[in-house]
Design a protein around this ligand. Structure first.
Ligand SMILES: [Zn+2]
Length: 107
């Protein structure tokens, strides 16, 4: 008996298990090929989700920078704080997503 990763949720399960303890997916009627395919699909799905999130983060960052640049809000005003906040959150979020994408690719 060996431990393998569940193709659906990637948690450790027994290679002999007929279904996953964590996400309860049926494994008994899947051969190795199907499991690998499922794993691949999951990975693509995940990286697409991350791509979408970094797009949103990028937009947030641009919106923050944009309104700082064109709106020229008074320092300390609500708009100024919002613009700074959006810029910082967008930037950090984008970086986090990039790192998660690199980790995902390495797996
Ligand atoms: Zn599972």
């Amino acid at each position: 008996m060996a431990l393998v990763n569940c193709p659906n949720c990637s948690k450790k399960i027994s290679s002999l298990a007929k279904s996953c303890d964590h996400c309860h997916i049926e494994l008994s009627d899947m051969d190795t090929e199907q499991r690998l395919n499922m794993k691949r699909m999951k990975k693509i799905e995940q990286s697409q989700k991350l791509m979408n999130q970094s797009m949103v983060a990028m937009l947030l960052f641009c919106a923050g920078i944009g309104s700082m640049f064109w709106g020229e809000p008074e320092p300390g005003s609500m708009q100024y704080n919002l613009a700074t906040g959006a810029g910082v959150i967008g930037f950090v979020w984008y970086l986090v997503n990039r790192v998660r994408m690199i980790i995902l690719k390495r797996k």
